[in-house]
Design a protein around this ligand. Structure first.
Ligand code: GCU
Length: 614
């Protein structure tokens, strides 16, 4: 469809490296997962001694990548500092000549610097988003190449996360997959499709980021094809574009009547393929799985595809005693399938972007996703610092959004968790970041999780900037009783009657096998009975019919127990030191009685459209 007689060509600045895990890349891919040499560097000598070069001596052990060194080397569970990885790789002889070599890391925690053949080729200061480095000039085609990575999991004072962070284990390492890719000089670096409901059918805007490494402009033909899950072509467009050097964003806009929408109940997916061909006949393509969906607020309710939606959610960490944060695909799949079987239609990836495969699973299983940057209880002095906003907040938001926006399941971008949102500095941070998120992606909701809701305590002054209010509450665990939830929700609604409310965390610890036949109404009881009583009582109030006009759901804290560095002492059971016990399953994924209780309640709520009819 022509827009005003010419193609809608948007040359937007694409912030952040597009590091998208597509369904299919036409180029070539060499996995670099497997055994790497490894060495701790507690005295931080590696740089001065050039451990990134082949000449470096010293004793290296072998660790497998992806991996979390705090778990792979048990005596280093608490290690925080530098460490080094090295391995060799050879470019496959049958790879095409010319083109670009891209090193793609899906996750290195917390910060990393990368060398190829002794030449530094890049660095990445964020743990939970991927990154790609163009290493074409450093790679030798007909010899072994030495790849070295310096990793650092020391927590920084003024960053995101900052030194107040202690919400989950500070795992270090190359904890997600690594690969070398070959792409032609002109290639599709990113691809997504925004969708909007029309009176009948859907408007959709396939968008791509193209990279051109020549010096002059190049004429490129673009072929866009949309296929349904059976492979039938439902839409196509051809266009010609002249590309200058660097990055160009190209969009086309069209409308279709006969497509099926994506929803948790019917997660209908389509394949969008973009093929490009330059004047020399070089070709590249990128394929993504996408869907037709629209998330929005209308007054005090959240709507999905034009209908009010009620979240039945749960949060999930990437954590396991055997793998640390380097979960294998089969465990990601296990967790997401269990969460779907629990009766959830929503998952909060707390408190950081997770492996790209997790988002793929949410797309196909039908789980709406809340994706968040790790501003976990970050000091407001840090959040209120413009340098931190530009160096840590916006780049992580941009990377998360650019890498995950092609997933139809993503509905919410969150700018953080439980920072002091009663503070003007936090209000500045929230207004700046939510504006930034809306500019980058106006098709999703933006918010943060607040714990400033307790009567008589300083009030949350950031809620007005959020698309909906998200409340982390623990009435009957850390404070108050299990019956205080309803009155609190009513008070917040009274204060902001036109904002939807979601309870973004509520949960109680249960030590497996600990029993109390008469569970209390408050306090850290740690019995399995109290965990059930706590969750059921909270849901009675959250999903009460009289609150349905302003409540849009609840997200339980948390799917599985996880390693938690401040979970020790006081009433915390000694045998479970450093394990957060609020899971519905143990770290080994063994169900607690609460799993079945929640499953029953969520399935009832699914039938009743989110109203608690008990
Ligand atoms: C907070 C926080 C979680 C934490 C939870 C708890 O709300 O967001 O990361 O684990 O409380 O106390 O267990």
């Amino acid at each position: 469809m022509l827009i005003h007689g010419k193609w809608l060509l948007l040359a937007l600045l694409v912030v952040g490296m597009a590091c998208q895990r597509s369904v299919e890349v036409k180029g070539r891919k060499l996995s670099l997962d497997g055994p790497w040499q490894f060495r701790f560097d507690p005295q931080d000598r590696g740089l001065a001694e050039a451990w990134y070069s082949g000449a470096a001596g010293g004793t290296w052990r072998t660790l497998s990548v992806p991996g979390t060194y705090n778990v792979q080397v048990p005596e280093s569970l608490w290690y925080q500092g530098k460490a080094w990885y090295r391995r060799k790789f050879r470019v496959p002889a049958n790879w095409p000549t010319g083109g670009r070599f891209l090193l793609r890391f899906n996750g290195v925690a917390l910060r990393s610097r990368v060398w190829v053949n002794g030449k530094q080729v890049g660095e990445h200061p964020f743990a939970y988003t991927g990154f790609e480095l163009d290493v074409t000039d450093a790679v030798q085609r007909s010899a072994d190449n030495l790849l070295a990575v310096q990793v650092d999991n020391k927590i920084l004072d003024r960053a995101i996360p900052d030194k107040k962070w202690h919400g989950w284990w500070d795992y270090g390492g190359i904890f997600r997959s690594v690969a070398l890719e070959w792409r032609p000089d002109t290639y599709v670096a990113n691809l997504w499709m925004d969708t909007r409901m029309l009176k009948s059918g859907w408007e959709f805007t396939p968008t791509a980021v193209l990279r051109q490494h020549g010096t002059d402009s190049v004429d490129v033909s673009l072929s866009w094809v949309l296929r349904d899950s059976e492979g039938n072509r439902v839409w196509e467009k051809q266009q010609g574009v002249r590309l200058g050097a660097g990055e160009t964003t190209v969009s086309v806009r069209d409308a279709l009547n006969q497509v099926k929408s994506w929803s948790p109940e019917h997660p209908t997916l389509y394949n969008l393929v973009l093929r490009i061909r330059d004047e020399l006949g070089n070709e590249d393509s990128l394929t993504i799985r996408t869907g037709f969906r629209q998330i929005e607020t209308r007054g005090s309710k959240i709507y999905l595809n034009g209908e009010p939606v009620v979240f039945r959610g749960i949060s999930r960490h990437e954590d396991h005693p055997e793998y640390g944060s380097a979960l294998p695909p089969e465990l990601h799949r296990h967790d997401l399938e269990e969460i779907k079987a629990l009766g959830c239609n929503f998952i909060r990836l707390a408190h950081y972007p997770q492996d790209p495969y997790v988002y793929d699973l949410a797309d196909s299983l039908g789980l709406m996703v809340w994706s968040e940057i790790p501003a976990w209880q970050t000091s407001v002095d840090v959040l209120g610092d413009k340098e931190v906003l530009e160096k840590w907040a916006k780049p992580q938001l941009a990377e998360m959004i650019n890498q995950m926006r092609h997933h139809p399941s993503v509905m919410v971008w969150s700018v953080g968790n439980e920072f002091d949102s009663s503070s003007p500095k936090a209000a500045w941070y929230v207004s700046q970041t939510i504006d930034f998120v809306h500019q980058l992606d106006p098709t999703r909701l933006a918010t943060f999780a607040s714990d400033r809701h307790r009567p008589g305590k300083p009030k949350d002054i950031c809620w007005p900037y959020a698309d909906f209010i998200a409340i982390n509450e623990y009435y009957g665990w850390y404070y108050g009783t299990i019956h205080d939830v309803g009155p609190m929700l009513d008070a917040v609604h009274k204060r902001l009657p036109d904002k939807p409310i979601v309870v973004s965390e509520f949960g109680a610890g249960a030590a497996p096998g600990k029993h109390n036949p008469n569970p209390p109404e408050s306090g850290k009881d740690y019995s399995e009975e109290y965990q059930v009583k706590f969750l059921m009582t909270h849901m009675d109030q959250i999903f009460a019919p009289e609150r349905q006009d302003f409540m849009s759901g609840a997200i339980i804290w948390v799917y599985a127990d996880f390693a938690d560095p401040h979970r020790v002492g006081g009433p915390h059971p000694k045998e479970w030191s450093y394990v957060n016990l609020k899971g519905l399953v143990t770290r080994e994924r063994k169900h607690k009685p609460s799993f079945k209780a929640v499953q029953q309640r969520f399935h009832e709520l699914a039938k009743s459209g989110g109203k608690n009819l008990r």
